[in-house]
Design a protein around this ligand. Structure first.
Ligand code: FPP
Length: 248
């Protein structure tokens, strides 16, 4: 692997991990379910919101490390449509955090060639969040190193239903994929120890490699992302065909 520009391996173990990665077989589209913020905070006697704040830092680290690992698109689950059911104070804190993140990270994203966009419903978001989203999307639209997609008020079932409705009875696999607007997911990571998809990118992840890690999202480091990419390498992707060895 080439020497990372932003993420410097912290120790020999990380350097060896990077060396092992095959630059020809890197996942292009990585999706992350950033789970475990609440538990991380509770374990430290902190309010859950402190876990989300630390989670925003973990996201910044992942965004910095992703291009060096050959990742071209990173889609992260920031707020599911079911998350509206959380206590009002937590929802409002999360919305404030998105607002702050979008405003604070905008310049850094422009500098690092990160194009930011939001997937999900926009019509239910608080009025203060929308302009911050639009400003971040506009300011970063020329970024080519990494496409960062934040899933906010997102439900994959709802997105699939909306795409099918738009196709008005003419849905095919390809048309539905196109209507959903994003490429297939190569690698899907879920932190926090749970092993489920929680209505995230259900169509796009049809052939994704799934990696579940017990690491709580606020503790997630660049090295954890590299380890997930290494795990992706170790899997043989067959897309429903027979293993290569069986054809030999
Ligand atoms: C799941 O952990 C996490 C969320 C519902 C929010 C994700 C938000 C962030 C990582 C904040 C940063 C994001 C942006 C875009 C600034 P949980 O609260 O369900 O954790 P638990 O399972 O331990 O309770």
């Amino acid at each position: 692997m080439k020497t990372p520009e932003l993420w410097k391996p912290a120790n020999r173990q990380e350097t060896e991990l990077l060396d092992k990665l095959d630059s020809k077989r890197l996942p292009h589209h990585v999706a992350i379910i950033m789970d475990g913020n609440g538990r991380w905070a509770t374990a430290r006697g902190l309010p859950r919101v402190a876990g989300h704040t630390a989670g925003a830092e973990a996201l910044r680290r992942a965004v910095e490390a992703a291009p060096d690992l050959g990742i071209g698109m990173l889609t992260v689950y920031a707020f599911s449509s079911d998350n509206w059911q959380r206590p009002r104070t937590e929802v409002s804190a999360l919305m404030k955090l998105f607002h702050m993140y979008l405003r604070r990270e905008r310049a850094r994203c422009v500098e690092n060639g990160v194009r930011v966009s939001i997937i999900g419903r926009r019509d239910r978001l608080p009025a203060m969040v929308l302009p911050a989203i639009e400003a971040a999307e506009e300011a970063t639209r020329k970024g080519t190193r990494l496409a960062l997609r934040l899933a906010v008020d997102y439900s994959s079932r709802e997105a699939i239903a909306a795409a099918a409705k738009k196709l008005n009875g003419h849905a095919t696999r390809d048309r539905l994929s196109a209507a959903l607007g994003g490429p297939d997911v190569d690698l899907l990571i879920r932190t926090g120890g749970e092993q489920r998809l929680s209505d995230f990118l259900l169509w796009e992840a049809a052939y994704a490699e799934l990696v579940f890690t017990p690491v709580m999202w606020p503790d997630f480091q660049a090295a954890d992302l590299a380890a997930a990419v290494a795990e992706f390498h170790s899997r043989e992707r067959r897309f429903g065909a027979v293993p290569k060895i069986a054809l030999a």
